[in-house]
Design a protein around this ligand. Structure first.
Ligand code: KG4
Ligand code: ZN
Length: 365
């Protein structure tokens, strides 16, 4: 089983600077000893998206402080850490470099091993950190920049079953909010409006649902929403509160139907391998959506699979997931050296990554 391991993790691939300490005693649930996340939302607010240069500078300024705070909160010094894990990609290159350079400095100064981590592996392995999930399990990763259905077979073994060919669902929620004059981030505001809406009044398309497989598309949905919004506004001379709620409800229902049906298909493929205790897990900000979550829970229940969703602070970008993914690599005897490179693109499943763009759009992963 091996020894108790304590890893420091660093994350800086998008607009959150983060450091965390995670400990694992074999046979016991992993412990998050500390987790510091320093968001940059206010720095980018005026620009309508993440500005890479601003992000990189802010990461470089804050990463040391995050590390100091994470060690202090854990009550440990660097000497008491077994290895240093760092996100080495995919992401905004300036940010990833800040983290990798910091981790290399810490490793060189302390003599502790360095472990490079794929950010997406961090998300995909989170159910093992939070629920001690056994391999293999199915993961739906849905965020502002990502949408993938993955079969997670091992710490470095992922099968991509499908994903978006254009926009990520979170991006679609954000654009919808913008089109309807609702505040950002769009997901929570659209969900709140949708509660008072009739999902059947406007019938939005369910793209790619008529095609086999698990690939998805969300870009046509926002065009449909824009057209319907303009039509209603032209007919009535403006949008009422109810119109807006009905548009949100119709949009959310379309996203839910696509995610739920494609997940049902992926679950069927995964269950052909007849795992003993089938499990489906979600991660990413969109997993916070109650309607989508309920749909996925129904799919899991109908197939006799368990459903798990990590707490939101571990669904969104954080360094505890990086420390954990690094710990899994380190336990398997994998480390890196000073030649570790920062990679802007780094698909999890290299055999299938080229398929229709790999599902990565926008800054976030
Ligand atoms: O995982 P996350 O915090 O950041 C990354 O994209 O990595 O996800 C943020 C995305 C945003 O697009 C936001 O609108 C969406 O998740 N989101 C939601 C909800 N809460 C956040 N989408 C739908 N319903 C929600 N309740
Ligand atoms: Zn992420």
């Amino acid at each position: 089983m091996g020894d108790t391991l304590t890893l420091l993790g660093l994350e800086s691939s998008c607009d959150d600077t983060a450091a965390a300490v995670v400990r694992h005693v074999p046979g016991h649930a992993p412990q998050i000893l500390s987790s510091i996340v320093h968001g940059q939302a206010e720095l980018h607010a005026d620009f309508g998206g993440v500005v890479p240069e601003i992000a990189a500078r802010a990461h470089a300024e804050k990463i040391d402080l995050c590390v100091e705070q994470a060690l202090a909160d854990a009550g440990l010094t660097l000497a008491q850490i077994d290895a240093i894990a760092v996100t080495a990609g995919p992401g905004l290159i300036g940010g990833v470099l800040s983290g990798v350079m910091c981790a290399k400095g810490l490793s060189a100064g302390s003599g502790k091993p360095l472990v490079g981590v794929n950010h997406l592996a961090g998300h995909a392995l989170t159910p093992r950190l939070t629920d001690m999930a056994a391999f293999p399990y199915l993961m739906l990763l849905v965020s502002g920049g990502h949408c993938q259905l993955l079969q997670v077979n091992g710490p470095e073994d992922f099968t991509r079953l499908g994903g978006t060919i254009d926009d990520a669902p979170g991006e679609a929620f954000d654009k919808t909010a913008r089109l309807l004059g609702l505040p950002q981030p769009g997901g929570p505001s659209v969900e709140a409006e949708a509660r008072a809406g009739d999902p059947k009044r406007f019938r939005f398309p369910r793209p790619l649902l008529d095609r086999p497989g698990c690939d998805m598309s969300f870009s046509g949905l926002k065009t449909a929403l824009l057209r319907t919004r303009d039509q209603v506004a032209a007919d009535k001379g403006g949008l009422t509160r109810q119109d807006r709620a009905d548009l949100c409800a119709g949009f959310q229902a379309a996203v839910r139907d696509v995610l739920v049906e494609k997940t049902r298909r992926a679950l069927a493929t995964y269950m052909e391998a007849s795992p003993e205790a089938p499990m489906i897990a979600v991660a990413g900000g969109v997993a916070a959506n109650q309607s989508i979550r309920a749909g996925l829970e129904e799919v899991a229940a109908a197939a006799g699979a368990t459903f798990t969703a990590p707490p939101l602070r571990l669904c969104t970008d954080n360094a505890a997931m990086i420390a954990w993914a690094g710990l899994e690599r380190f336990r398997a005897g994998q480390t890196d050296d000073m030649t570790l490179v920062a990679r802007p693109r780094w698909p999890l499943d290299t055999a299938r990554a080229g398929m229709l763009g790999g599902g990565k759009k926008g800054a976030k992963a």
